[in-house]
Design a protein around this ligand. Structure first.
Ligand SMILES: Nc1ncnc2c1ncn2[C@@H]1O[C@H](COP(=O)(O)OP(=O)(O)OP(=O)(O)O)[C@@H](O)[C@H]1O
Ligand SMILES: [Mg+2]
Length: 506
């Protein structure tokens, strides 16, 4: 092995799903100390390539070398034994176990006190060396998403990873947590490990990587060194293969209120509600952004509006009609559409065919069913139209929903709700995990709803997104509205301070 032998070389990797070439002769080289950004449109084949490296899928063709040595990786155990670790977007942790318990999973059989002490010692070392501090006795179910992710990384390192794959790790993190992750990634690279980083947030990729590889339709289209003259726009265009045109927000013609929330107390307990005296109006032709760090009442707010959560007190008025007993059905009938934040848990049933998911909330309505009978023809027609309209990449309408790439799942959810032309559309983190091209498309859809005199509520942690779309931005902090700012007055500094609880900023 010479100095120039790469840490990892994947050569000519092909992976087919039926006729779909998810990876087509892909070459990837990773050197010691590299943080390699893997970029590409939704469905380009990024996760598939990483699943091949981690042994989740067997490649149809191609070879892998680690530190100059040919390796066969058939299972994730093979991958781990070769020093490859992967942190998936959906964590693989035992929720009721502690940090140490999770670290030692698979080490069973000789689970003595000595082993436990050794594991604790190693965890502390990993924490020091790589900026991954964790309380060994914390129970996973009570940890934040950021902490759980740190544990996933620590677990990979504990098992001896030298190559770490991070598949959209920042999609679930607050900006502060993302900074922490980047510190850890830099420490890893400084210790001569290699990191592969997948993200659709181009500014992040520019910030943290030293090299990038761009894929399109299963093929590597470019490999480049990170340099200052690479802008988000240039990167986006390399990814999409065409020019990007960010949507422009025309002046709005605001109409009457479509949704009024008045003095809502909800969530938690009656004594200690999460949402406290929450009041907000959404007007026709208006996009209202809800800014705030996740966990400050966003979920409760969305659940109240969607009729999932009964408020302890307060009133909701939809299109001039007070709703005394909100329920999912009532609220839906009155014209509220919802795209939930967690597409895999509350949004879609991944084991069902795509076509079923696309009509799931309205399966009992016309034209999908008539006189209690399901109309398959109408469903197929509808689903095909939506796939076309949103350019959802799928092998067909009958595929298992879980086989779609992350971004395409999100597009399917959005298509489903928009198709019913809701009076008020409520979306949470609408462009999480979708590529820049698709993001612009989705933003355009919201602006179109606005132009048609509908209302849209966008809950997002992405301030750029809120600034692009919103007419007004409400900042949520500890269940209360800190301020509602007209878009023209909302600067990222002001909103940032309000998000952190500094009311004076308004
Ligand atoms: N298990 C599977 N069965 C069938 N098709 C699959 C499977 N996994 C992935 N695919 C298909 O392979 C292609 C590449 O998907 P992949 O998940 O690798 O994309 P991606 O680049 O990670 O996209 P995203 O940015 O949306 O996560 C897609 O067309 C997808 O539908
Ligand atoms: Mg993916």
């Amino acid at each position: 092995m010479t100095e120039t032998t790469p840490l990892l070389a994947m050569r000519g990797i092909c992976k087919y799903f039926g006729a779909n070439k998810a990876n087509d002769s892909v070459d990837l080289t990773l050197h010691r100390g590299d943080i390699l950004g893997l970029l590409g449109e939704n469905g380009a084949g990024k996760t598939t390539l990483m699943n091949v490296l981690f042994g989740t899928y067997a490649a149809d063709e191609g070879a892998i070398e680690i530190e100059g040595e040919p390796v066969t990786i058939h299972t994730s155990a093979d991958a781990i034994a070769r020093g490859v670790g992967m942190v998936h977007q959906h964590f693989h942790l035992v929720q009721r176990h502690t940090v140490i318990g999770n670290l030692m999973v698979g080490q069973k059989g000789r689970y003595g006190l000595l082993d436990r002490a050794a594991a604790k010692k190693r965890l502390a070392e990993i924490g020091e060396e790589y900026n991954l501090h964790l309380d060994p006795n914390a129970v996973v179910s009570r940890m934040t998403v950021g902490e759980q992710q740190r544990l996933e990384i620590a677990k990979a390192l504990y098992r001896g990873a030298r190559i770490l794959i991070l598949d959209e790790p920042t999609a679930v993190l607050t900006p502060q947590e993302a900074e922490g992750l980047f510190r850890a990634m830099r420490s890893l690279a400084a210790k001569d490990m290699g990191v592969i980083f997948i993200s659709h947030k181009l500014y992040e990729v520019r910030e943290i990587t030293n090299r990038m590889m761009i894929m399109r339709q299963g093929v590597v289209t470019s490999t480049l060194d990170n340099s200052a003259d690479l802008t988000d726009r240039r990167l986006g265009e390399l990814m999409c293969g065409h020019e990007l045109k960010p949507p422009v927000k025309p002046p709005s013609e605001r109409g009457g209120p479509l949704l009024k929330l008045e003095g809502i107390f909800a969530g938690g307990s009656e004594d200690r509600p999460v949402l406290k005296d929450f009041s907000l109006d959404v007007h026709a032709g208006e996009i209202v952004g809800i800014a705030g760090v996740s966990g400050n009442g966003q979920k409760e707010l969305a659940d109240v509006i969607a009729g999932v959560l009964q408020p302890h007190a307060g009133r909701m008025v939809i299109d001039g009609q007070a709703i005394d007993h909100p329920s999912v059905d009532v609220v839906k009938k009155m014209g509220i559409g919802r795209v939930p934040e967690d597409r895999m848990v509350t949004g879609l049933i991944t084991t069902l065919p795509l076509s079923d998911n696309m009509v799931l909330p309205r399966i009992n309505e016309r034209p999908f069913s008539r006189h209690g009978l399901i109309n398959r023809g109408a469903i197929r027609k509808f689903v095909k139209e939506q796939i076309e309209r949103f350019s959802i990449k799928t092998a067909g309408i009958d595929v298992r929903t879980g086989t779609l790439s992350g971004g395409n799942l999100q597009k399917a959810l959005l298509a489903r709700e928009l198709a019913f032309d809701p009076l008020v559309l409520l979306v949470a983190q609408p462009t999480r995990g979708i590529d820049v091209g698709a993001m612009e498309f989705v933003h355009r859809q919201f602006l179109e709803q606005r132009a048609r005199g509908r209302g849209v509520i966008v809950i997002s942690e992405d301030l750029e997104e809120l600034f692009t779309l919103s007419d007004r931005i409400a900042v949520l902090y500890e269940g209360k509205i800190m301020a509602v700012l007209p878009a023209a007055e909302a600067t990222s500094q002001k909103v940032g301070l309000l998000m952190a609880g500094y009311r004076e900023a308004a």
